[in-house]
Write a protein that binds this ligand. Sequence first.
Ligand code: GUN
Length: 277
Amino acid sequence: MSAVMMDGRAVAKVWKEKIAKQTESLISKGITPHLAVVLVGENPASQVYVRNKENACIKAGIRSTVIRLDEGCTQQALEDVVRSLNRDASVHGILVQLPLPEHLNESRVLALIDPDKDVDGFHAMNSGRLMNGQPRFVPCTPLGVMKLLEAYDIPVAGKHAVIIGRSNIVGKPMAMLLLAKDATVTICHSKTQNLPDIARQADILVAAVGRPGFVTADMVKPGATVIDVGINRVDGQIVGDVAPEVAQTAGYLTPVPGGVGQMTIAMLLANTLDAAE
Ligand code: GUN
């Protein structure tokens, strides 16, 4: 049996078209949704992500401004930029691309972003609201995963969801979203014992480890839904955290590229439009 490939590109396209229509209608009322992206340094992956976000905004009719700061920029300079974007009434969404260079304090910067402009959903106010069951801005990657599960009618309630990875960007908010939909959730991480045994119990297995081919077929229950959040560069190719052989065991599988990554961008546009509205 071969897994159904979950076409993130196609699902994201439907979202992007809907967002473009809503953006047009908002612009006709005199409001142009505007996303400001702050990029510090020369991280090659971040450069690509930011360019993709910028292009997606332009296609949807959303205004985007990228503020580029030198690798060696000071904490003060970065915070000044965020403060000025907070004050700028023409800016609806603010995103500080992560990771920041080592010398900068990431949590202090994220805490400074106006929670009403925090389209990444990384501010403690927004992560707290997600945890309380009163979400406002939800992190784009896990939100995109939920929309992809919905698009493929994958049942979540009562199912065992196993998440590999406990980051603030993916693992933790993913757990909250799946829990809110009544899944039984297990979070695994680098110190987890018997990880393959736990992964094998999953009806929905989310891999967000950042290690190419980490999830192998022996870690997957036959017929399970496997969500590959990994974006790894190997010999110039983009590969996920899930080994290709898993396609023979899983029931549903997200490809890399063309799976979750596309949904992340669509959700960023959705959050920006929401902020402008
Ligand atoms: N770096 C990797 N993923 C993300 C994301 O979703 N948002 C931001 N700001 N930085 C990232």
